[in-house]
Structures are given as C-alpha cells and as structure tokens.
Design a protein. Structure first.
Length: 321
C-alpha cells in the first residue's frame, strides 16, 4: 500500500509538470564584457610610458570581477582597431554590462576626438579619418548594442601626439602646438587642440570618464600606472560602492597626487546619461533612513522604560544603531 501511495504522488507531480505550470528557475546574472586597449609603442608620435601596464592591470582586475575581457596592446592601424571594436560589440546583448577602456594617445581635431593607432601617420587633413579612430564611432557602436550599462574610460589626454618629432615629454604636461606633420596651408588656429573635447551625445545608460577635463592635458605618471588608471585600480574592486562613488574616490586621488607631483591639479571628468545603479562588485544593502530613525526612536523609548524605577517589566534594549 505505501508503495502505491508513493507511486501516485510521483505520477501526480509528473502530470502537473506536463500541464505547463511554471517551474522555479535560477536567476541568470547579466553578461559582463570588456574591451581593453593599450597603445604605447608609437612610430610617428611620442612613445608613452604606462599604457601597456595600465591595460594589462585593467584586464586582470576586470577578469577578477567576472568580465569576459578582450585585451589588446599596440593596435597598429585603424582597420585593426575597428575590427577589435566590432568583435567586442558582437558579444554584447541588450542587458549586457559593457566596459571600453583605452590608454594611449588621443587628439582633438576640428572639435572631433580621435584615438591614435601606433602606426598612424597623418600628413594631411584628408588622412585624419583614414588613419585615426573617432571617439564618436566608439560611442555609436556602444549605442547600437543597446546594453543595460556601458562605461567608456579614456586615459588618453596626454598631449598632441603629432608635435615636432614627437619628442615633447608628457611628464612635463607641455601644451602642444599644431602638428607639423599636417601641411601648414591646411592648418588653422584651433583646428588641433591639446586634450579631448567635450562629449556631445553620450549613449543612454552610459558613463564616459576622461583622465582630465576637456581641452586639458593629463600627466602620464612616473610609476607603473598613470594617475587615472592607478586610482581606478585602487577602488574598482572595493565591495559595495556604486560606480559614482568609485569615480568620486578616483577623482580625489588623482587631484591630490598630481598636485603634489607636478603642482597641477588634474581633475578627471565625467559625461553621464546613466540613471540606474551599478557596482563593479555586489552593491551594498540600501539603508532606509525613515526606518532607521524609527528604530532609533523605539530604542530611546525602551531606554526610558528601563530607567523608570516603577517599571517592573524586563525590557530588552537592542544594541546601538
């Protein structure tokens, strides 16, 4: 008899499942993908000190945080750069969390921002779009992917890479002149600017972080990493902080370090259209201020009762909040 009862229960469970009743499912974490590029060994521009270390360390950190990370060093031309970017975007899904990180040379030309491959040679204005990679194109790729959250980090405002012989030392934070590699008749004052220009249209749900403010130049650093990346690495794996809090800590660190080192307060700059909540690690529990105040008030009342000699009730007082 017991065997028949067990058989009936199992058969009933199978039949209920076959009727299409929903079964409990485990939550699947959102996909996290990162593209990290470090360009340093330039042939027609100043070689940089830290981007290879910066990129390698960012790759390692993002991998520890669970990102599927694509890491590339010294992308030589625009074709190779765009191929890596396209491969990254092809991995993204609508709810993906995406990070694009670039360390290397960048330049602002006629109000447009460009990232510089290591073998790029710009001898005329007509070669700009053929040799360089526009930041707007990167943002357009991210926008088309329609991811849940994206962050673009550009540790790339060191100076104008196309100065005479490319020999200006970025450590001195020299403000560069117009590039001599571009034919003088085509150049006009203001066509080429040191530092990157403002972002006019950040994709919805995105954050763009510059190493320094628009139209300013960044310090390359003297240690293993540049100041921006150094301070990102210090905080990106901190449990429980939001991306906004991380950026605040990074900004304060970069400002303090550069003021002490070179006497110039470098301030990272943010362009954001993100309105949600994102943490590179697990976000900490939210504290309800109203509820906390109510608990404090209740505790105060209990303390009064305990202090009243007429009260014969045993009162439990919770620990201090």
């Amino acid at each position: 008899m017991p065997h028949r009862l067990i058989f009936s229960i199992v058969a009933a469970a199978i039949s209920i499942g076959s009727l299409g009743f929903p079964r409990p499912t485990l939550a699947v974490p959102d996909q996290k993908v990162a593209l990290v590029i470090g360009n340093a060994e330039y042939s027609a521009a100043e070689r940089l000190i830290n981007p290879l270390n910066d990129a390698a360390d960012m790759c390692a950190s993002l991998k520890r945080l669970g990102y599927e990370t694509l890491c590339y060093l010294n992308l030589k031309n625009r074709k190779e750069f765009v191929e890596r970017l396209q491969g990254f975007v092809n991995l993204l899904k609508p709810k993906s969390k995406a990070v694009f990180y670039y360390a290397g040379h960048a330049v602002q030309i006629k109000g447009e921002n460009y990232l510089v491959p290591t073998k790029a040679r710009v001898r005329s204005w007509n070669e700009v779009t053929a040799e360089l990679v526009s930041v707007d194109s990167v943002l357009t790729y991210m926008k088309k992917a329609q991811v849940g959250f994206s962050m673009v980090i550009l540790d790339a405002c060191r100076n104008n890479p196309f100065t005479a012989a490319g020999q200006h030392n970025s450590r001195s934070m020299t403000r560069s002149a117009l590039p001599v590699s571009v034919s003088p008749p085509a150049a006009k004052a203001g066509d080429v600017a040191y530092g990157l220009g403002a972002i006019r249209d950040a994709p919805v749900g995105s954050i763009v972080l510059y190493a320094t403010g628009s139209d300013d130049v960044a310090y390359d650093g003297e240690g293993r990493n540049g100041p921006l990346t150094k301070h990102i690495l210090m905080h990106i794996e901190t449990p429980g902080i939001t991306v906004e809090e991380m950026i605040k800590r990074v900004t304060a660190g970069v400002q303090n370090e550069t003021l002490k080192t070179v006497g110039h307060r470098q301030t990272p700059f943010v362009y954001s259209s993100f309105t949600g909540e994102f943490c590179f690690t697990v976000c900490g529990p939210k504290v309800d201020v109203v509820e906390m105040n109510q608990l404090r008030q209740e505790r105060a009342e209990l303390q009064k009762q305990l202090a009243n000699p007429k009260s014969k009730q045993r009162v439990f007082v919770p620990p201090t909040l």
